[in-house]
Design a protein around this ligand. Structure first.
Ligand SMILES: [Zn+2]
Length: 122
């Protein structure tokens, strides 16, 4: 092997290493992005869309869905889930269930916070 062949071999190896590195970095970024997206949708699934509020020294449970004045849609204050239709009677039933069994809300809130911490959102 003469000098020019060795030089050519070194260049070929360098190009191969760079190509592998670029491919690997790209895949890692995509993998992390996919994982974050999956976690975000999981967080929205686990969000109770309700919170404890204190009104006149007593504890109540309030929906976190709000409708900004310029839109007809509702979005959750906590997880930013958007709902285009919100059945008020369904919503009242859901909150009533939480009022009767606050343990359910506490449990769901714990799961939700755990997922937030897992995704470094807290
Ligand atoms: Zn929510």
């Amino acid at each position: 092997m003469n000098f020019s062949e060795v030089l050519l071999l070194i260049i070929a190896i360098a190009i191969t290493v760079i190509a592998i590195k670029i491919t690997f970095t790209f895949d890692i970024n995509k993998y992390i992005e996919n994982k974050q997206e999956k976690l975000k949708s999981k967080i929205k699934n686990y969000c109770p869309h309700a919170k404890f509020v204190e009104i006149n020294w007593s504890i109540w449970i309030q929906s976190t869905f709000v409708s900004p004045s310029w839109t007809l849609s509702y979005y959750c204050d906590k997880c930013s889930l958007v709902r285009h239709v919100l059945d008020q009677s369904d919503e009242e039933r859901r909150l009533e269930l939480y009022m009767k069994n606050p343990d359910i809300l506490i449990k769901e809130e714990k799961k939700y916070v755990k997922l937030l911490k897992k995704g470094w959102f807290l």
